[in-house]
Each structure stands twice: as C-alpha cells, then as structure tokens.
Design a protein around this ligand. Structure first.
Ligand SMILES: *Cc1c(COP(=O)(O)O)cnc(C)c1O
Length: 407
C-alpha cells in the first residue's frame, strides 16, 4: 500500500487559499518596479526605486533581453505584420514568422516538430492534459515547477510526487501497481534544470525507467535551453540523449533567449495531437509575430555568439570558486542558478535587503515557491555581468551571510 502522506497527493504547497491577514510579514510578496536601464553598457544594471542595482536574480542568462538586434527584429516585424496576431493559431493568427520559428526550434531541439505557445506555463498545461486524463497517473519530481503540478491537477490524472531526482523510488512507484497496464497512461514529468536549485535531473536514469515501465517522459527544460549542453541544446543534449528518449520537451523563450513565449518539441504525431486537442493552444490568441521574429534573431545570435554561453558558464565557475573560498555553502548546481539556502524566510529577506544596500539585487525565494525551511537567495549569473561584479557579489555575500560548512 502507499506510504505517501495524504497531504502530498491532495494539496501541493501553494494551492491552499491564503487569507491576507494571516500572511506573516516575511511571507508577503512585494513587486519592485524597474524604472530604467541606466547603463548602455550593461543589461544587468537596473534602476529600482531610485537606486541603481546590479541584477543578480533574473533569467536573462545570455544577456539577450535588451540586445538592440532583437529590438530591431521586433520593430521591423511589427511594421510588416502588425503587433497583435488578432486571433488564435487555428483561426487567422498563425503567420510565417511563427512557422519559421517553429522549424528553427525543432531543428535546435533535434525533434521532428515544434509548436509555439504563449508561455511555458501554458505549454506544460497543454502537454500533460493532452497526454493524461482521469484514470491515468502522473509522476512528478518533488521539486518540479508549479506549472507541472498545476498541469497534473488539471488533467485529473492521479498525481504522485517522487523524492527529488530519485529514479529508484520512481521505478518502485511505477512497479507497485504490478505489471505495467498499457491501457493506462503513466507520465513522468520533470524539470531538466531545476528552477530553484539549478541542478540537473538524472535524465539517463529517468529515461531508462520510463522505457522499462512503458511510461511517457516529459522534460521541462526552461532553464536548460540556451545554456546547458553542447551548443546550448539543453539537458538532453548534455547527457547525450536523442529526442526519441523522451515524449516531449518544453522550452521557454523568456529566459536564455531573452524574449517571451514557449515551445513544445517532439514527434510529428505529438505535435499534431497538441494542435488538435490542447486547450491552451486552441483557445487563446497566438503569440505576437514580432516576438517570434525577435526570437528568431535571438536563436541566430545565440548560435553565432557562443561566447555568451561560455561567458555565463565561466562567471558561474568564478562565483562558485569565490563562494567556496569564502566558506559559503553551495549546492551541486553546474548551471547559472546558484542558490544559497538560508533556512527561514526572515533570514533570506534580511540577506536580500543587505545585498540591496550594497547595490546588488538578489531576491529572497520563500515558501511556497520552495519547501518550508529552505528559503534562499537564488543567485543567477548572466553573460551581461562583469568579473568585477561577480567578485563584488561574492565579497558582499561573504560579509553578510554567516559562513557555513557545506553538508
Ligand atoms: C519559468 C518556468 C516555466 C514557465 O515559463 P513561462 O514561459 O515563464 O511561463 C515553466 N517551467 C519552468 C521550470 C520554469 O522555470
């Protein structure tokens, strides 16, 4: 019988209604308004509430979000085809910039076809609700992104969460039902790069379990594409896995590629099923074509200027080396996402405020985004940072974060 506490099945964190008056002060979210980008030389410099800060918590890993060539592509396409798509893809909203971008993304991901979505959130809803339904099972890594959890709940399949990156427990959960019942779909879904920890999913092991257990495997590589693997081709490429090892891979365009939107890549049959059935594809306005044009420019620049990927990875190594020398406890992340886990929400907030006093912007990440007791500073590196800025961040962290011995 199942040993999973009931709460894990029924109520993933963050889905309980929150009354504002019982929200602890350290748990209340507050938006910060970026007023300007004061430096023409650094996309990482922002003006926030009158103070100039170096942004160390965005997802603009390749420093492309404010690249003038992306803005020029967006402007040119908006002159040619207007701003809004004016309809969904299946009515009149699908244009040649979309079609070309989908071909380029399929080639980039090494898949037969790709399909554009307005956001990664909607792409995950699409894949899981199209492939799984009532009576099916969805198995998620304990630290999966919220959109995968919501997708599983919306599908009305039975949701189980397995311990982080634990392929052996995953296999036992799948075996526990006896011989694989092929009539029922079982779907495994995981982040490729975990968004709050920066570590990689053990994809070779997960793919082997999926194959042995006749389960599907969905990889959400929102933080992998553009950064991880040869040519930035993502976590699958990092492990030398070919596209057929998974059922679908999801990528977002708002992170390393610096624009907005998302895609699903996979077999031609999968993409056709999504076009015919995915409600977050069918019942929504198409992504603006100028954004597709800007993304095509970003893909081309990322491919040509491989120094961007090399640079963000070199800055990541520099940060880790400095932090380790300063006695700061780092996780196992090989990616530009470098969390420093501080425990309480109050501790994370206090550290974030002290960094801000020093001109460094690192947001405090608190529950329910991360499990209780693991509030953290989620440092992210970008090709837009300088070595001196990374060194300044390390020196400031060493001053304000109590030194801890790595576990
Ligand atoms: C950011 C993110 C998403 C959502 O992508 P959007 O395009 O921002 O909606 C999905 N999955 C993961 C792992 C993410 O980090």
């Amino acid at each position: 019988m199942s040993a999973t506490p009931r709460s894990e099945r029924a109520s993933p964190q963050g889905l309980e209604p929150q009354a504002l008056d019982v929200l602890a002060p350290a748990m209340r979210r507050r938006r910060r308004t970026v007023q300007a980008f004061p430096s023409p030389d650094s996309a990482a410099h922002v003006l926030v509430e009158g103070r100039q800060l170096v942004n160390f918590c965005g997802n603009d890993y390749l420093g492309l979000a404010r690249d003038p060539r992306l803005a020029a592509a967006l402007r040119e396409a908006s002159t040619l085809c207007g701003v809004g798509a004016g309809a969904s893809h299946l009515i009149t909203g699908h244009g040649s910039e979309h079609a070309r971008l989908e071909e380029e993304l399929a080639a980039f991901a090494g898949c037969e076809r790709a399909l554009l979505f307005s956001t990664g959130y909607m792409a995950n809803l699409a894949v899981i609700t199209t492939l799984a339904g009532p009576g099916d099972r969805v198995l998620l890594d304990r630290l999966s992104h919220a959109s995968l959890i919501d997708a599983a709940l919306l599908s009305r399949a039975r949701l189980r969460r397995y311990p982080h990156a634990d392929a052996a427990v995953l296999e036992r959960l799948l075996e526990a039902r006896g011989t694989p019942t092929r009539a029922r779909t079982r779907l495994i879904a995981t982040d490729g790069v975990f968004s709050m920890d920066g570590d990689l999913a053990p994809l070779p092991q997960l793919a082997a379990v999926a194959q042995a257990q006749h389960a599907g495997l969905i990889v959400d590589d929102a933080h992998g594409f553009g950064v991880v693997g040869p040519g930035g081709r993502g976590t699958l490429a990092h492990f030398g896995l070919a596209a057929p090892a998974v059922t679908a891979v999801v990528g977002t365009l708002g992170k390393a590629f610096g624009t907005f939107g998302a895609f699903v890549a996979g077999s031609a049959e999968l993409i056709e099923r999504l076009i015919q059935g995915a409600r977050t594809y069918i019942y929504t306005t198409a992504l603006p074509q100028p954004l597709a044009a800007a993304t095509r420019a970003a893909l081309a620049i990322a491919a040509r200027e491989s120094w961007r990927r090399e640079r963000v990875l070199a800055l990541t190594a520099r940060f880790r080396q400095g932090a380790r020398a300063a006695g700061l406890a780092l996780g196992a992340s090989p990616t530009p996402i470098q969390p420093l886990i501080l425990g309480s929400a109050e501790a994370a907030l206090a550290a974030s405020r002290a960094l801000e006093e020093a001109g460094l912007w690192v947001a405090a990440i608190r529950p329910p985004t991360v499990p209780p007791g693991s509030s953290r500073l989620r440092v992210t590196l970008s090709a837009a940072h300088s070595e001196a800025e990374v060194d300044r961040l390390v020196a400031t962290l060493a001053r304000i974060v109590p030194a801890t011995v790595p576990p």
